[in-house]
Design a protein around this ligand. Sequence first.
Ligand code: ADP
Length: 186
Amino acid sequence: MGRKLLLLGPPGAGKGTQAQHIAKLLGIPHISTGDMLRQAVADETELGMQAKAIMEAGDLVPDDLVTALVIERLAQPDAACGYLLDGYPRNAAQADTLTDTYGDDVFDTAIAVDVESEELVRRILQRAEEQDRADDTEDVIRNRLNIYRADTEPLIGYYRDRDRLAEVDGVGSVDEVFGRIVEALR
Ligand code: ADP
């Protein structure tokens, strides 16, 4: 049986990059709700059209829409032997839905990568400049961070209470942070 992992962390913490490395190392699918939603927007599906403006503002897409997407994805055969979930759950209601649907063993480990807020704003603004992503304005970034601190960060306590938590310092190079994650997964 492969690992069932959750990767938790603020926007700009480098979650996407770490998730790809972890998934490759362990041979499990990387399931990113951000990626799935961006694909839906690009494909102009019904869901994509509902999600587009919400995502551009940095707000959360309604729980029922994202939950349906995740439950469908977890039912795919490649997720039967483990997965790395990235971007879901993002609030207590979503976490409860997963626990109610699959039980506490929906994750064997929740990896929480943290970086302090001002460093995150610096990183995201720099990335926006390099990639010419005008959507990443400072207001949108701060909104995303505020939502993370208010709605998502409390999940660290949720998984600590369930004895599933591994905390990792997200400051350092990609390799350093990856090393810490691998260590925490032993
Ligand atoms: P980040 O840049 O914060 O890492 P993601 O790539 O994970 O963002 O997600 C991009 C956007 O997709 C979020 O800002 C949000 O609008 C939407 N989204 C992703 N996952 C969820 C979720 N579980 N619940 C609600 N909205 C979500």
